[in-house]
Design a protein around this ligand. Structure first.
Ligand code: FEO
Length: 400
């Protein structure tokens, strides 16, 4: 027997938890799993909002049947077409052949492209509504959070914003559904990791959408496609998403290093010690070869200091560090105090790429930029100390 969870008199969570996928979208590790949330409104007309990944199709259909019995699903509202939410559309169409699929004009291109569906659809525009009986739903187009077809659906009766991926996070729902049923601190890193890796590139759009919808809607509950449903800390998650979208940060420093023989690592440790001696309490050090980039980006999104050090590889920067830099460039990272160090044996290259990066993303770079030929000697380590001290001062000043 597969259970749904009752959210209000007529609204049910009929989503699923995925603890089987190790690497979501072949990019993001899932140490804590993930949920694919779908919501059912059992009114005079029955509406389903988003579906689940195809692998969970059978349990999803069972959950729907457990709520509505022999009734039919009248509408499927597609807030987002990425396959973790659209994967069960075809089997849903087979189970409920008279069901109308509601989406915007862009949704329809994806629907045809992914699943060959061209019939039984209804195109809606921004502000359009449908009546289910007691519940009236309004659609808001929110393109590029984080795909072009994304939209949100607001239920006036229960004041629920069905927000698609926005306000979601990694992490499965382990018995709980609502924000007040779990320790949110436990979840916070996974929510920010989701935002910083998947949504952050469109931070300005997120910020503008939050501004727009919070002015026109009285939102009591936020129901995302991933993670908990927000009903007690609704303002908290909206304001955290807004802070992250504007790249507002806490005081602290992330040091990321790439090191083949240990020399750049020694420099990283010297910089970290200096940060600590100069009053920085939150310091995170990552070996870029050993930590998946999604966790590094998460902490970079959290803190206002970023110090990067790399060895040189074939006249260029160490490849794993290059991947991180490109990942940060594509997410428009900005407003960080930055420090740079690196090493080489027979030809430089790493430090130049780090300098280019810093200029490109307009981060404020602290002096000195430290470059060691071969193993760092006492003089180089003194420069590392100086770099840590200067970053600490700027980080604290920027946080005032
Ligand atoms: Fe959860 Fe953008 O899909």
């Amino acid at each position: 027997m597969y259970n749904s969870i009752k959210m209000t008199d007529d609204v049910y969570w009929v989503g699923v938890n995925d603890r089987e996928t190790d690497i979501f979208e072949s990019l993001w590790p899932l140490p804590e799993g993930i949920s694919y949330n779908s919501y059912l409104i059992d009114d005079d007309k029955v509406a389903l909002i988003d579906t689940v990944k195809i692998n969970y199709n059978n349990s999803f259909l069972d959950k729907i049947k457990n709520v509505i019995g022999d009734k039919k699903v009248d509408y499927l509202i597609v807030n987002h077409m990425e396959p973790d939410h659209s994967g069960s559309i075809k089997s849903l169409c087979e189970a409920y052949p008279d069901m109308k699929i509601i989406g915007n004009q862009k949704t329809m291109n994806f629907l045809e492209g992914f699943y060959g569906i061209t019939k039984g659809t209804k195109v809606v525009s921004d502000g359009d509504q449908i009546d289910l009986g007691t519940h009236r739903l309004t659609f808001y187009l929110t393109p590029m959070i984080h795909w072009p077809e994304t939209m949100m659906t607001f239920d006036e009766h229960d004041q629920i914003l069905f927000s698609g991926d926005a306000f979601g996070g990694f992490g499965s729902l382990d018995g709980f559904l609502f924000d007040d049923e779990l320790n949110i601190n436990f979840f916070k890193d996974e929510i920010r990791r989701y935002f910083s890796n998947i949504v952050s590139k469109y931070g300005t759009v997120v910020h503008n959408t939050i501004n727009r919808l919070s002015k026109i809607l009285d939102i009591k509950m936020v129901a995302s496609t991933h993670g908990p449903v927000w009903r007690e800390k609704t303002n908290y998650i909206i304001s955290e998403y807004d802070r992250w979208s504007k790249q507002e940060t806490d005081e602290g420093v992330v040091i990321v290093y790439g090191s083949m023989y240990g020399n750049t690592k020694v420099m990283a440790e010297a910089v970290a010690r200096s940060l600590s001696e100069n009053g920085i309490e939150e310091i995170k050090i990552f070996d870029v070869s050993r930590k998946n980039v999604s966790f590094i980006i998460n902490d970079i999104w959290k803190y206002n200091g970023l110090i990067m050090g790399s060895c040189t590889y074939n006249n260029e920067i160490f490849p794993p560090m290059d991947y991180l830099l490109k990942s940060l460039e594509s997410r428009n990272i900005k407003k960080r105090v930055m420090g740079i160090f690196g090493s080489y044996s027979w030809s430089g290259g790493a430090v130049d790429r780090l300098k280019d990066f810093s200029e490109k993303v307009s981060c404020c770079t602290a002096e000195p930029i430290v470059e060691s030929k071969f193993a760092p000697d006492r003089k180089i380590l003194e420069q590392c100390y100086e770099l840590g001290k200067n970053v600490a001062q700027k980080v604290k000043k920027n946080n005032q």
